[in-house]
Design a protein around this ligand. Structure first.
Ligand SMILES: *Cc1c(COP(=O)(O)O)cnc(C)c1O
Length: 360
């Protein structure tokens, strides 16, 4: 059986050594030494100003919205994971959906301005599949209309634009360290910002708003993560390069073997260094996609229609009309299996099966 993804696991001994320290210290959570070490290591590796290790990527989004004190309407993308949208609603704001660009599959900056109203407070965009949004165009619009910008960078760990981390764009970027993501801590998330005031807000928000044991600084939540999760992150940290290299090898193999397959890959930001988090392809039509899914399934191979169906129309708490490209692309897009332990031979098999469907 070949699933769409499998989590990377470090050698068990590496994790055991870190567990040994946890047992010795008896410090299990609340910004323990491993959580701090993970933050320091990631800050240095990613070359970003401020980073907080939090419970998960969803809490990270909610903390970002809270820290920026957003109200009213938030312009966002319909082509993302549900957490992007639900966080907006959970924080009592209204998501306003702007269609995606049919080539990059990211929010189309040219359509943002038409959606801005007097109630708009921010833009919350997703770097879909780790492909950077047009961050320059979005920054220009945000500056002109005095809007805040949050990037849901859950897919974008390690991605660079013009030689700098993708996390350096917008007021706040968030990331997910969930087990299915490229770099993970089992469950986990990150908030990243250049602004030390926002860091202070979010550091307090993460810890119930506590300012010492008897005082409170702001409205907080429990956004902390545990030493066990930090240990998983630290054990995986040593393999980031190996994970990257293996995924690049598999991605290049797919590219080569699918040269003659009639599906296209999203158009990548031209000044970016990718992270090979996913292998999405957009089919010419849904019919061929469904045939391929069935044939792969018959051979015990499982990709994922990611993202399908298009978000707003599938959410019972949102009333909105489907948007043209998000709706159309979500019917035709498919992510092929991609994970550290996948072999080149398995990629070859997947590609052979896809080509057989097409050429039948
Ligand atoms: C995974 C994901 C999230 C949520 O992250 P969790 O850590 O699972 O809470 C948010 N946005 C996107 C785009 C994601 O893929």
């Amino acid at each position: 059986m070949i699933p769409v993804t499998l989590p990377f696991l470090p050698p068990k001994e590496d994790y055991d050594i870190l567990l040994h320290g946890i047992w010795k210290r008896q410090w299990l959570t609340n910004m323990g030494p491993l959580a701090s070490e993970l933050e320091m290591s990631l800050k240095e590796y990613l070359n970003v100003n401020h980073i907080l290790f939090v419970t998960n990527g969803t809490i990270a989004l909610q903390m970002a919205i809270k820290a920026l004190d957003l109200k009213g309407e938030i312009i966002t993308t319909p082509f993302t994971y549900v957490a992007t949208t639900s966080s907006i609603v959970w924080e009592n704001c209204r998501p306003v959906f702007v269609d995606i660009d049919q080539k990059s599959l990211n929010i189309d900056p040219e359509k943002i301005e038409a959606a801005i109203t007097a109630k708009t407070s921010a833009i919350l965009a997703t770097h879909v599949y780790g492909n950077p949004c047009d961050v320059k165009a979005i920054e220009k619009i945000a500056t002109k209309h005095k809007l805040k910008v949050i990037y849901d960078a859950a897919h974008a760990f390690g991605v660079q634009v013009n030689g700098t981390s993708i996390f350096n764009f917008g007021d706040i970027s968030t990331c997910s360290l969930h087990a299915t993501k490229l770099f993970h801590s089992g469950e986990g998330g990150l908030v990243i910002t250049k602004d030390s005031k926002l860091l202070k807000e979010m550091a307090h928000i993460r810890n119930f708003g506590h300012d010492g044991p008897e005082k409170f600084y702001n409205l907080g939540i429990n956004g902390k993560n545990s030493e066990f999760h930090a240990a998983m992150g630290l054990a995986n940290f040593n393999f980031i390069q190996a994970i990257h290299d293996k995924r690049k090898l598999l991605t290049d193999r797919y590219d080569e073997k699918l040269r003659n397959f009639k599906a296209i890959k999203p158009l990548w930001h031209k000044d970016s260094k990718p992270n090979y988090a996913y292998y999405p392809i957009v089919f010419e039509n849904e019919e061929l996609l469904l045939k391929c899914i069935d044939f792969l399934k018959a051979n015990e191979i499982f990709g994922r229609r990611y993202f399908y169906p298009s978000l707003p129309s599938s959410l019972p708490y949102i009333e909105t009309k489907p948007l043209k490209w998000a709706n159309d692309i979500s019917k035709r897009v498919f992510c092929l299996p991609l994970y550290f332990n996948l072999t080149v031979e398995e990629v070859d098999l997947i590609c052979r099966l896809l080509l057989r469907v097409q050429n039948n």
